[in-house]
Design a binder for this molecule. Structure first.
Ligand code: GLU
Length: 296
């Protein structure tokens, strides 16, 4: 099997300290496996996309010496493909239109919370729209034992999520006509033949949904590895929203060194003088940490 990995940033701002960690981890894992590393611009969420951010991220990756092995894919150019995937799911009866507004769902969740029952989408529109106009498309999750999805995360260990009680039927196409991240990411990873996904642990909660969606679409499930997220002094994930500082792109070695330290990689006592020295030491340290055999 040829290893195929990827880094899939959302262009909501420049690459920051947290997203550099995900980029670096996915790059090192691909190098340690002597595999292919791809970049996908996740600009499917039009309203959140910041003009120029994707170009900025791509330029920073180049400057930091992480070169994609194939031309980057842009989700905004793949909407016809997402539509086809939705049609495929419609033909199997696995999706249904939902007329619930955010407020209606929030109210029912508050009620559920008060009763100490499930916080998942209650499945109101499973049996029909009850006279309401269709807003979003949802994927029906299984009931009972089949709702339990397990996977073995290469960093975090065994994971379990019950889709019925913890998530509920989830949205594939939103009321604002935007394609949901869950559908786009599964279709794109499958079409690109991705074998290994390495990304931040904030996405761990989405993984069971994505595995279930892969099964519904009849595509393979890749291996998963979720690296710890970088947090600020309040323990919050660094994001553009809470003022994550952009990287000092004039000092790639300093930023990469900090990202490697966050990943717990020991690079030796001599600080690397060049990007090539850095990547060679970091790849060896990653391979050792993740137990990857690098000899041919
Ligand atoms: N676009 C997502 C993000 O920037 C990452 C998606 C993924 O790696 O699956 O948070």
């Amino acid at each position: 099997m040829t290893y195929r990995g990827r880094f899939a940033p959302s262009p909501t701002g420049p690459l920051h300290v947290g997203s550099l960690v995900s980029a670096l981890a996915s790059w090192l894992d691909a190098r340690a496996h002597r595999g292919v590393w791809l970049v996908r611009i996740e600009d499917v969420d039009g309203p959140r996309t910041v003009p120029g951010a994707a170009e900025d991220i791509l330029a920073t990756l180049e400057r930091f010496g992480m070169h994609a092995d194939e031309t980057p894919v842009w989700q905004s150019q793949r909407v016809a493909r997402y539509q086809r995937a939705l049609e495929q799911l419609k033909s199997t009866g696995l999706v249904y239109p939902c007329g619930c507004t955010r407020k209606e769902i929030a109210d029912s969740l508050v009620l559920a919370h008060a009763r100490n029952t499930t916080l998942a989408y209650p499945g109101t529109c499973r049996t029909g729209l009850h006279g309401k106009p269709a807003r979003a498309w949802r994927l029906r999750v299984p009931d009972g034992e089949r709702a339990v999805i397990t996977f073995d995360d290469r960093w975090q260990g065994p994971q379990t999520q019950n889709l019925a009680t913890e998530v509920g039927d989830f949205v594939l196409r939103r009321a604002d006509h935007q394609w949901a991240y869950q559908l786009a990411v599964v279709v794109d990873d499958a079409d690109a033949g991705i074998t290994h996904i390495v990304r931040g642990a904030d996405l761990m909660d989405s993984t069971a949904r994505q595995i279930y969606l892969q099964r519904c679409l009849g595509v393979a499930t890749p291996a998963y590895l979720h690296v710890p997220v970088v947090t600020n002094e309040h323990g919050e994930k660094l994001s553009k929203q809470n003022g994550a500082s952009a990287l000092d792109t004039d000092k790639p070695l300093d930023a990469l060194g900090a990202a490697a330290r966050h990943l717990g990689l020991e690079l030796g006592s001599e600080p690397p003088a060049t990007l090539e020295q850095f990547y060679s030491a970091a790849t060896a340290a990653w391979a050792q940490r993740m137990n990857i055999r690098t000899s041919a």
